[in-house]
Design a protein around this ligand. Structure first.
Ligand code: G4P
Length: 542
C-alpha cells in the first residue's frame, strides 16, 4: 500500500509549491524600498505597528535593516530574508541592499528569487541603480511588478512615468490602477481591473493600516471632492479602459511586461491592493537549470543552493549563517544531503527560518523557502545541496574587484581575531583577500567591487571581532589570475603600476593600474594566461 502514501506526499509537495512566492524589492536608494517592505509586513500582519519593530529613534528601520553601519548611514547594506504568511500564501521576501556599492550581494540575492517588485519614486522615475538592478532581472527573465511610490508628494505625470518605463527599460507598462488626485490631494486609486475607486485615510504617524473605502465608479462625491480635476480623470479613465494595453500573463512571466501600481508607502495608500495583486500575479517557485537538466520544484528529490553567507547576524550567537534557497522537494531537519563541491554527505542539523535578525528552528521547508543553516565553514556561495544522485546548479556570477587597499590592524595583539574576521568576511563574499607572495609583509590587500565595502570590512572587524583597522587605498583598478610556465613568470620584470600578490589558495594574482597596462602585459607575455577568478575556478572545477 505504498502508492497512496507516495501520492499524498507528492500532492502535499505540489500544494506547498503552489502557495509559495519568493521575491525581492529592487529600487534606487531612497525610493522607498525599506518603507514598502515595512508596510507589506504591516498589512500581512507580520508586524503590528509600522516603525515600531525595533526600538529605534528613527521610524524608517524595517526589521530587515539591522547592521550598525546601516543604521549609522541610513542605508541597507546586507540582504536578509523575511518570511510571512498572508491569505494562505507563504511569502519569502529577500531584502536587497540599496547602495550601489553593494550590487554584488544584490546580484546574488536576485539569483534566488522568482519575481521582483520595482519601486520608483514618482518624482524621479527610473534612476541609475534601478536600471542596473533591472538589467540583472532581465538577464534571468524575472517577472517584475512596479510600484510607483510617493504619490502623496508632487511628482511626474503618471503617463510620463509609464512612458519612461517603456522607453528606458524596454518593458510594456500596464497600469492596474490610477492615482486620484496628486501630492497633498492624493485621495486614492481608480481600480482598472474593476470599475471602482479606492479611497484611503491617513492614520496617526502612518503606523496603522490606512482605512480603505471602496466605491463604485462614477461616484458623485468624487466629482465634488476633485472639482475641476474630475473631468480630466474621467477622460483618462476612458482612455485607459478603452485603448490601453491589455495585461498579458505570459509576457509578464517572461519579464517583457510589467503591471504598474500607484501608491504611497509612507501613508499606506495603495499598499493593500498592491499586496493582494502581488499574491495573484507573482509566480510560484520556478524550475532551475542544473547539471542534470531542469530541476522542477515538484521533483520529489530535495535540492537547493547557497546564495549568501552572513557572519554574526545575531550578536548573541556569533556564528555564520548560510542562506539556502530550496529549489525542489521537501527539506527536512536532520536529513542527509550530498554537498556537491565537497563531494560528501552532510546532515542538515539546526536549520532555521529567518525573519531579519530573528531566527527559529524549523522541521521542514519547501521550494521557494530560504533556510538559514548554521555554517561551521562548510558552505560557500554557490554550493549545491541535494538528496538522491548528485547534481550541481549553475554557478552564481562573480564580479571582478575594482577597488584595492592595504588593511592594517591597529592592534597587533589581536592577530587571531583579525585573521578569523578576515577569513569569515571573505567567505561571505564581502571582499577578497590577497597577500604578498614572499609572506614578509603579511599585511593583507583587500579587493572589493565597491569602495564602501572597505568601510564595511573595517566596521565589522571592529564591532564583531574587536579589532581596529585602517584601509589604505591602492591605485590599482584590475586584478587577474596569472598562470603559465613558472620559469617564464620568474624571469618577468613587471612594469610599474602593477603588483604581484597571491590569493588565499596561493594562486598568483596581478593587480594593474589601468586597462591599458593589462593589455600591454597580455601582449608582452602572450604565453601566459590572464584570467578572472571565475574563469580560473571554472577550469579548476571541471
Ligand atoms: P530606501 O529603502 O529605498 O532607501 O528608502 P526608504 O524606505 O528608506 O525611504 C527613503 C525616504 O523616503 C524616507 O524619508 C521615507 O520616509 C521616504 N518615503 C518612503 N515612502 C514614501 C512615500 O510614500 N511618501 C513620502 N512622502 N515619503 C516616502 P527620510 O526623510 O529619508 O527618512 P525618515 O526621516 O522619513 O525616516
Amino acid at each position: 500500500m505504498s502508492l497512496p502514501i507516495e501520492k499524498s506526499s507528492s500532492d502535499e509537495l505540489a500544494r506547498e509549491v503552489a502557495r509559495r512566492r519568493t521575491f525581492a524589492i529592487i529600487s534606487h536608494p531612497d525610493a522607498g524600498k525599506t518603507t514598502l517592505t515595512e508596510k507589506l509586513l504591516l498589512y500581512a500582519g507580520a508586524v503590528h505597528l509600522a516603525g515600531a519593530v525595533h526600538a529605534r529613534s528613527h521610524q524608517r528601520a524595517s526589521r530587515s535593516d539591522w547592521m550598525e553601519l546601516e543604521q549609522a548611514r541610513g542605508i541597507s547594506i546586507t540582504s536578509t530574508a523575511l518570511q510571512f504568511d498572508y491569505q494562505g500564501v507563504r511569502v519569502n521576501l529577500l531584502d536587497t541592499p540599496g547602495h550601489q556599492d553593494f550590487s554584488e550581494d544584490t546580484y546574488r540575492t536576485l539569483m534566488a528569487v522568482d519575481s521582483a517588485v520595482m519601486v520608483l519614486d514618482s518624482a524621479k522615475g527610473i534612476e541609475p541603480q534601478t536600471k542596473k538592478l533591472f538589467a540583472v532581472c532581465r538577464k534571468r527573465n524575472i517577472p517584475i511588478m512596479t510600484f510607483i511610490n510617493k504619490m502623496d508628494q508632487p511628482g511626474r505625470h503618471p503617463y510620463e512615468l509609464l512612458e519612461e518605463i517603456e522607453q528606458t527599460l524596454g518593458m510594456t507598462a500596464v497600469p492596474f490602477n490610477w492615482p486620484i488626485g496628486e501630492g497633498a490631494g492624493f485621495l486614492g486609486l481608480y481600480d482598472l481591473q474593476e470599475p471602482q475607486v479606492l479611497f484611503f485615510q491617513r492614520t496617526l504617524h502612518n503606523q496603522k493600516r490606512a482605512p480603505m473605502r471602496v466605491e463604485t465608479f462614477p461616484h458623485p462625491s468624487l466629482a465634488e471632492t476633485l472639482g475641476e480635476a474630475y473631468g480630466p480623470l474621467q477622460e483618462e479613465i476612458a482612455l485607459l479602459t478603452g485603448a490601453g494595453t491589455k495585461f498579458d500573463r505570459d509576457r509578464f512571466l517572461a519579464g517583457q511586461l510589467t503591471p504598474v501600481f500607484f501608491g504611497s508607502a509612507l501613508t499606506n495608500f495603495g499598499v493593500e491592493p498592491f499586496l493582494n495583486a502581488f499574491l495573484q500575479l507573482a509566480p510560484p517557485p520556478s524550475p532551475r537549470m542544473s547539471s542534470r537538466g531542469l530541476m522542477q520544484p515538484t521533483d520529489e528529490k530535495f535540492s537547493g543552493f547557497v546564495f549568501k553567507i552572513q557572519a554574526n547576524m545575531d550578536p548573541q550567537h556569533r556564528d555564520r549563517m548560510a542562506f539556502l534557497r530550496i529549489v525542489s522537494g521537501r527539506f527536512e531537519k536532520d536529513m542527509m544531503v550530498h554537498h556537491a563541491r565537497l563531494d560528501r554527505k552532510i546532515r542538515m542539523t539546526r536549520p532555521h527560518r529567518l525573519f531579519g535578525r530573528d531566527r527559529e528552528t524549523i522541521e521542514e521547508a519547501y521550494p521557494g523557502d530560504v533556510v538559514g543553516l548554521v555554517n561551521p565553514g562548510l558552505f560557500a556561495i554557490g554550493d549545491t545541496l541535494c538528496s538522491g544522485s548528485p547534481l550541481a546548479f549553475d554557478a552564481i556570477p562573480q564580479f571582478p574587484p575594482e577597488c584595492f587597499g592595504v588593511l592594517r590592524s591597529q592592534d597587533l595583539t589581536k592577530q587571531k581575531q583579525f585573521q578569523k574576521g578576515l577569513q569569515q568576511l571573505e567567505e561571505e563574499g564581502v571582499m577578497q583577500v590577497f597577500y604578498s607572495p614572499d609572506h614578509v609583509r603579511r599585511e593583507p590587500v583587500l579587493a572589493a567591487v565597491g569602495e564602501l565595502q572597505f568601510d564595511v570590512v573595517a566596521s565589522r572587524l571592529e564591532t564583531e571581532y574587536g579589532v581596529k583597522t585602517l584601509v589604505e587605498r591602492m591605485p590599482f583598478v584590475l586584478a587577474r589570475w596569472v598562470t603559465g610556465d613558472p620559469d617564464v613568470i620568474a624571469r618577468i620584470y613587471w612594469p610599474q603600476d602593477t603588483r604581484r600578490l597571491v590569493d588565499r589558495d596561493g594562486r598568483m594574482v596581478m593587480l594593474f593600474g589601468s586597462e591599458r597596462l593589462l593589455s600591454y602585459c597580455m601582449k608582452e607575455y602572450a604565453s601566459l594566461k590572464f584570467q578572472l577568478r571565475e574563469e580560473i575556478e571554472k577550469i579548476q572545477n571541471s
